[in-house]
Design a protein around this ligand. Structure first.
Ligand code: NAP
Length: 240
């Protein structure tokens, strides 16, 4: 169908990414579930009525091959959701930092987004009303982190994960500025703390579901409003 919209979501085999992919498919988009484990990606794609592609955001060859596959299948991309991300675990406390852990976090949460965005840009330029949505985190908000009345102020400090998300926020603004002439919007979102393997591995028990976290992405991907260079949650603008 000429007017079908094509969306690709990274890290879409589970968690918030799977919920985003499922929500977009339910809205009638042709969704590509991108996952580093091909079998698990295919399983999620089958469950939600989507296609799958193997994509490891840390691997140049895998990202290049995935972009070629999407080009061969569809010839374009209308929505790119950079969702894949890792917490990096607990070896991030300032004063006891494992630098290798920090590098690993940045390789996925920041360099991975750059790698994927660069590879898919030609396809997004060929798309219509194209949108890039970066799944950031409220922990990347300098405003919230430095607000003594905010819940984040009483949490432990981390030298890796939140720093990678603050960098991702600035990356979002830089791509938004660069791509405004192409009509491509670029925004960051904070899904809120959701019960996924990510939070479970940190020993955090939460009631908010991945689907609730995904809702802001689905609105941004499908809505008529076309903000760019914004940082949004389902409650509105997040202060940078
Ligand atoms: N859950 C929360 O409370 C929360 C809050 C704020 C922001 N976020 C953000 O939301 C996003 C999704 O998190 P989640 O909670 O859904 O976590 P999750 O359940 O652990 O899912 C993370 C997804 O990212 C994938 N991934 C990790 N490294 C990858 C790589 N190198 N290449 C491709 N895929 C990779 C994982 O694949 P595998 O299954 O192969 O590991 C998985 O599909 C992340 O960017 C996270 O920072 C989450």
């Amino acid at each position: 169908m000429a007017d079908e919209r094509i969306a690709l979501v990274t890290g879409a085999n589970k968690g918030i990414g799977a919920a985003i992919a499922e929500g977009l498919a339910a809205q009638g988009l042709s969704v590509v579930v991108a996952a580093r484990d091909a079998a698990r990606g295919a399983e999620t794609a089958r469950r939600i009525g989507a296609q799958a592609v193997m994509l490891d955001v840390t691997d140049d060859a895998s990202v290049t091959a995935a972009a070629k596959e999407v080009r061969d299948r569809f010839g374009r991309l209308d929505v790119l959701v950079n969702n894949a991300g890792i917490s990096g675990g607990r070896s991030q406390a300032p004063g006891a930092v494992d630098l290798g852990t920090i590098r690993t976090i940045f390789e996925t949460n920041l360099y991975g987004v750059i790698r994927v965005t660069e590879a898919f840009l030609p396809l997004l330029r060929a798309g219509t009303d194209a949108r890039i949505i970066n799944v950031s985190s409220g922990t990347g908000s300098l405003a919230w982190m430095t607000d003594p009345s905010h819940g984040f102020a009483v949490r432990g400090s981390m030298a890796g994960y939140p720093v990678s998300k603050t960098a991702l926020n600035m990356l979002t603004v830089q791509y938004a500025r660069a791509l405004s002439g192409d009509g491509i919007t670029v925004n960051a979102i904070a899904p809120g703390a959701c019960a996924t393997d990510f939070s479970a591995a940190l020993g955090i028990t939460l009631e908010r579901t991945a689907a609730q976290g995904a809702a802001v992405v689905i609105d941004l991907a499908t809505g008529t409003a076309r903000p760019t260079a914004s940082f949004l949650s389902d409650e509105g603008e997040v202060p940078w």
